[in-house]
Ligand binder design. Structure first.
Ligand SMILES: Cc1ncc(C[n+]2csc(CCOP(=O)(O)OP(=O)(O)O)c2C)c(N)n1
Ligand SMILES: [Mg+2]
Length: 347
């Protein structure tokens, strides 16, 4: 689906200025590199889980294009991002190093987000400027409205992007955040990665309407549905939403249709609730294959350059794995540091 067709799904989304959403061929190749690196890292974490080294992981496989394209349309030097547990690629795109991500999964000393005290990848990342996030779904949405309100009160032109899933869109927090953001015309982008499942619960059992984007009408701002496997289309609709937010016109809800190529987490088995046909069909919407095809069709990369990109990413992930695997776990004497105030005299 092209961005123009997507926009026609909701006529309230303002037209983007000519050219403002365009992405160069060079940048497309860069985004592809990030997606490939994220994919190998993601696959590695699942292997580490099967080896008994990583406790649990959620995968971004199938969500990569939506995540990189959205960030490409924003400005990490001034904008804010509130992510959730499936934001593997977004984290890589925002500058989290593979070693840092693996330290989280292997709970190694020096892990930057929670000093290895939390679920993998949970916590805040001060260097990358990621807000602390919770495993409790949709809690990040009211927080995002708060961040955007603070920026507005300070007169800054920063945009806050908050990511969530289709399942999270059914939570009360989502309604409160969107209502508040609509009332106050806050510079926030609600970015829903709709993979049609909340663990094993399919979208038909989650909502009585067809699209998450149409909920925006109830809050007085535009909602737009976009093919989340199409980097160019996601970039274009996000760029329009960013321009709208910076101009003081308020929020946008973007619904990116994506595939969750793997089960919900390493603890799940989706063959118990998805048909073989469904699983086969969705693998055809793998965003890496779709972007690789586009880059080759436009002569932006050759077959051998594609292989090089893959080799480089594989090597980068191997180096990071060897490094982190050899690192120490936090000293047990530090167990109660950074957790809660020790009022019971444990340590
Ligand atoms: C408030 C709350 N209820 C239930 C859960 C259990 N839970 C964890 S992930 C999840 C599914 C969320 O699905 P969705 O928002 O579509 O995101 P996806 O995992 O598909 O990306 C649920 C129900 C939770 N973490 N928090
Ligand atoms: Mg979902």
């Amino acid at each position: 689906m092209s961005a123009t067709e997507n926009k026609s799904l909701n006529s309230t989304l303002p037209e983007s200025k000519p050219g403002s959403g365009q992405i160069s061929g060079e940048r497309l190749v860069e985004l592809y590199r990030t997606m490939v690196l994220s994919r190998y890292l993601d696959q590695r974490v699942w292997l580490l889980n099967r080896q008994g080294k990583a406790a649990i992981a959620a995968s971004a496989q199938g969500h990569e294009a939506a995540q990189v394209a959205c960030i490409e349309a924003t400005d990490p030097s001034r904008d804010h991002y509130l992510i959730y547990y499936r934001q593997f690629t977004a984290m890589v795109a925002l500058g989290t190093e593979p070693e840092e991500m693996l330290r989280g999964f292997l709970a190694k000393e020096g892990e930057p987000m929670s000093a290895a005290r939390q679920f993998p990848l949970h916590g805040a990342h001060p260097r990358v400027d990621l807000f602390n996030f919770s495993n409790v779904i949709a809690t990040q949405l009211p927080q995002a409205a708060g961040v955007a309100l603070a920026d507005k009160l300070k007169g800054l032109d920063a945009v806050t992007v908050v990511y969530f899933g289709d399942g999270a869109s059914s939570q009360g927090d989502t309604h409160e955040a969107m209502n508040f953001a609509g009332v106050h015309k806050l510079p926030v982008i609600f970015f829903c990665e709709n993979n049609r499942y909340a663990i094993s619960v399919s979208i038909e059992k989650q909502m009585g309407i067809e699209s998450v984007a149409s909920r925006a009408a109830g809050y007085g701002f535009p909602g737009v549905r976009v093919d989340g496997a199409d980097v160019v289309a996601v970039h274009e609709v996000t760029k329009t939403a960013v321009e709208r937010a910076r101009a003081g016109d308020g929020p946008t809800l973007i619904e990116a249709s994506v595939e969750r190529l793997l089960p919900h987490t390493t603890d799940d088995d989706h063959t118990r609730y998805r048909s073989t046909e469904d699983i086969e069909q969705m693998s055809k919407r793998d965003p890496l294959l779709i972007l690789a095809e586009l880059l080759k069709r436009r002569d932006l990369i050759t077959e051998s350059q594609d292989e090089e990109i893959h080799d480089k990413a594989k090597k980068r992930v191997n180096v990071a794995t060897d490094t982190v695997d050899a690192e120490a776990f936090p000293n047990v004497d530090t167990m109660f540091e950074h957790v809660v105030e020790n009022t019971r005299g444990h340590a």
